[in-house]
Design a binder for this molecule. Structure first.
Ligand code: CA
Length: 315
């Protein structure tokens, strides 16, 4: 019996051709993850750059050493004034910080409005307040009330300090020019990366380890450098004697000051002093952000002295 021929249409699947379905694409997922990662990194950078300006003591020392290495200069420098008298300075790195105090800080004043400030150039700052011995050596006299060669000079007006600095510069003992710190330089140096009330934190009871003030001074100034230093090896930034700054004082200056190296108001009648003194009863006056002002001709204060800046460095 002859084999029945196969019908062509029976060999074909009746279903129409469908191309194979592709697997589910992960491209969209990867793009979404990428966007999240990029946004996260940008957010972290933004937060870090524009919010976190403070740093700990190790970082403060690292920055100080890095600035010295970059400039091929020592962190600590001693200027010989002759006859065994020297003036010790420490290098303060450049940096950006929030000057002033936050609204919630205990004992703050209204003129301490927090604002960003950048110190664009490293500078040398006196490790201690200028002593009576150093003043005597340069100026040839000692106007201080509490007589001791190792105590800070006091009863010196802002104008007297300018004369002292002129004489010191005239001696030509080192490169650069001696001058008073600006108020911004003083606070940047005092804080050394801290954002609390003091260079060590917020606790009033710890102040006795760092400062001479009413609680421990017995109503007199004391030898410079006898208390603990801050992270940049600066002594007596809190207490002992108030320290003259270069700036005129103006209550609302912080609201309009330049963001970089603010020089203080162009004019005024009182000069800024910082850091508190042996006679201040509440620790409030010794806070890093605390400000006061005195007439530049006033030389009748046995609780006001100063420390020097040497700048520019590396020239
Ligand atoms: Ca002081």
């Amino acid at each position: 019996m002859p084999e029945e021929p196969v019908k062509l249409d029976e060999t074909l699947d009746a279903k129409p051709y469908e191309p194979p379905k592709p697997g589910r694409s992960l491209t969209g997922f990867y793009v979404a993850v990428g966007i999240v990662v990029v946004l996260g990194l940008f957010g972290a950078w933004f937060w870090r750059t524009y919010t976190v300006w403070w740093f700990d003591a190790d970082e403060a020392k690292r920055r100080q050493a890095a600035a010295a290495q970059q400039l091929s200069l020592p962190v600590e420098k001693s200027v010989d004034l002759g006859d065994g008298v020297s003036l010790d300075l420490v290098l303060i790195p450049a940096g950006r910080f929030r000057m002033g105090s936050p609204p919630e800080e205990k004992d703050r004043s209204k003129d301490e409005m927090q604002h960003w400030v950048t110190i664009t150039r490293p500078f040398y700052l006196g490790k201690c307040e200028v002593t009576q011995e150093q003043w005597q050596k340069v100026a040839g006299s000692n106007p201080s009330w509490f007589k001791s060669t190792v105590n800070p000079v006091e009863r010196v007006s802002w104008d007297d300090c300018q004369e002292f600095l002129k004489k010191l510069n005239y001696l030509g003992k080192t490169k650069g020019q001696f001058r008073l710190p600006t108020e911004a330089e003083w606070e940047w140096a005092c804080r050394a990366g801290t954002r609390g009330r003091f260079c060590f934190g917020d606790a009033d009871e710890t102040l006795v380890d760092y400062a001479w003030y009413e609680a421990n001074s017995e109503n007199t100034s004391h030898s410079v450098g006898a208390k603990k230093p801050n992270a940049w090896s600066l002594f007596d930034m809190h207490g002992n004697v108030w320290e003259w700054c270069e700036d005129w004082h103006e209550q609302g200056y912080y609201a309009q000051s330049p963001k970089c190296d603010p020089p203080g108001p162009a004019t005024g009648s009182l000069r800024v002093v910082r850091g508190g003194c042996w006679g201040n009863r509440p620790p409030a006056h010794s806070r890093s952000a605390s400000r006061d002002r005195i007439s530049p001709t006033d030389r009748d204060r046995n609780f006001v002295g100063f420390r020097v800046v040497l700048s520019p460095v590396g020239h």
